[in-house]
Structures are given as structure tokens and as C-alpha cells.
Design a protein around this ligand. Structure first.
Ligand SMILES: [Zn+2]
Ligand SMILES: [Zn+2]
Length: 255
């Protein structure tokens, strides 16, 4: 008889536990949305008793730790926006819905900076990227760039040559962004570090003339203007150019 009694108390205890379902379940958010790549989101759940997940979309995985529900999604490869509900259930009739949405498209790529400069020693720099997609990365010669989890990592070795310039391109479907990269180098071989080269239009004279004519035009390429010619007392109008222009290879930096 005692044995039976013990058995009955266990049953009663089990029933009590089963009846201990929450009479209220309050998540701190009733909707979560994910980018195309998927991620995880935590939802804090307040409840006065036990609850369980009674429904969950098949493309969503969940984890419960104490009062925190973690909702995870993988990359959405369906090509369509996904929507579904997670239902949390407590005591009979107590059901709470958390709506889950996942985008099907990358909608933006926004780098925290549009310019990265390296010293000639090279190294690694990072740029935070705000995006809801997984951008493809194209780096110019002399630089490598990789994207992972919201961070673009750019590497370049030491530069023994002239200054290096280029553009890193991030693309994701119809979205794109560019980041200018540059690296200082040794003295520019084209201008020998002066940042300027001889003006190719006037060969450094600062003026041009044609067919042996005794007339001269100020070279516009290197800052000249006006002209002077035979029989014209217009000497004051001729302004010679400097005969030098900004070095196209180093952009005038000389390195
Ligand atoms: Zn130069
Ligand atoms: Zn010139």
C-alpha cells in the first residue's frame, strides 16, 4: 500500500509540474528580422511558469537557455523573403507569437570609410562594412582584401616602388561600394621625387608656336595663357606656363 502511495505521489507531482505552465509569456520583442546571410538574435522571455516552443519554421533553429531564446537562421538561398512564426506555449491557451522574417536580397553596402592609406611599410587595416549581404571583394594589384562578418580586412606588403593607388570594389547583387586605397612608396621614379614632370605639351618652354611662326601661345597645360605675335604689341598678354605639370604617376606626392 505504501508503495502504491509513493507511486501516486510521483504521478501527482508530475501532474503538478505539467500544470505549472506559464499563465503569461512576455518576450521583449515580438518580431525579429534577419538579413539574407542569416545570423542569430536573442529574445528575453518573461514568464511565470514553464513554456515551450510549440511551433517553429523549418528554416529557423532555436536554443533556450534560462529565460533567453536564441533564434538562428542560415543564409536564405530561396530567392524569396521568408516569413514564419515561432509560437511559445505555456499553460493551455497561453500562446505567444514571435514573427521571424529573413530578407532575400542585399539592400545596402555602406563602408565606415571610403579611403584607406598605408605607409610604405605596408600592413593590415580594417574597415567596418554595414551590409545585409555577403559582398564579393575585388582588390587592385598590390593589395589583398577579404570580407567577413561586417569587417573588410585589407593587406599590403612593404612598397619599394612608387606610390600605389587603387580602388577596392564591394559588390552584392545590384549593390556596390568602393574604397580608395593607397600606399606611400619610395621616391617616384617618373618625377624623381619632385612631384612634377616636364610639360609634354610645350616641352617645358611654357609656350607653344607653330610652323616657325613668330608667334607664341601661352601653354595652357602648365598654367600659361594669352599670346604674342609679330606686329602686335601684345607682349603683356603672353603669360608663359611653368613648363612643369603634376606627375601623373605619383599624383604630385613625389613618392
Ligand atoms: Zn612622380
Ligand atoms: Zn606646358
Amino acid at each position: 500500500m505504501k508503495k502504491l502511495f509513493n507511486y501516486l505521489s510521483v504521478v501527482a507531482l508530475l501532474m503538478l509540474t505539467a500544470c505549472n505552465g506559464a499563465t503569461f509569456i512576455t518576450p521583449d520583442k515580438d518580431a525579429v528580422s534577419f538579413a539574407i546571410d542569416g545570423d542569430e538574435e536573442s529574445v528575453n522571455i518573461s514568464a511565470d511558469g514553464s513554456w515551450s516552443i510549440s511551433e517553429c519554421p523549418e528554416w529557423v533553429t532555436t536554443e533556450v537557455q534560462d529565460s533567453v531564446l536564441t533564434i538562428k537562421t542560415a543564409k536564405n538561398e530561396t530567392g524569396a523573403v521568408r516569413e514564419g512564426d515561432i509560437i511559445l506555449s505555456g499553460k493551455e491557451g497561453v500562446n505567444v507569437k514571435i514573427k521571424v522574417t529573413q530578407a532575400a536580397k542585399c539592400t545596402h553596402i555602406t563602408p565606415a570609410s571610403d579611403k584607406v592609406e598605408f605607409e610604405k611599410e605596408g600592413g593590415t587595416q580594417t574597415v567596418n562594412i554595414d551590409t545585409d549581404g555577403l559582398p564579393q571583394v575585388e582588390a587592385p594589384e598590390g593589395f589583398t582584401a577579404t570580407y567577413a562578418a561586417g569587417v573588410l580586412t585589407i593587406n599590403t606588403p612593404a612598397n619599394e616602388e612608387g606610390v600605389k593607388n587603387g580602388e577596392i570594389k564591394l559588390t552584392c547583387e545590384d549593390q556596390s561600394a568602393t574604397i580608395a586605397v593607397s600606399q606611400k612608396g619610395n621616391v617616384c621614379p617618373k618625377c624623381n621625387g619632385t612631384g612634377k614632370i616636364k610639360c609634354p605639351k610645350c616641352h617645358g618652354r611654357g609656350y607653344t608656336s607653330y610652323g616657325g611662326a613668330d608667334a607664341a601661345w601661352g601653354c595652357k597645360s602648365c598654367g600659361g595663357r594669352g599670346y604674342e605675335g609679330e606686329g602686335m604689341d601684345l607682349d603683356d598678354c603672353l603669360v608663359r606656363g611653368s613648363g612643369r605639370i603634376r606627375c601623373p604617376q605619383c599624383g604630385g606626392s613625389g613618392r
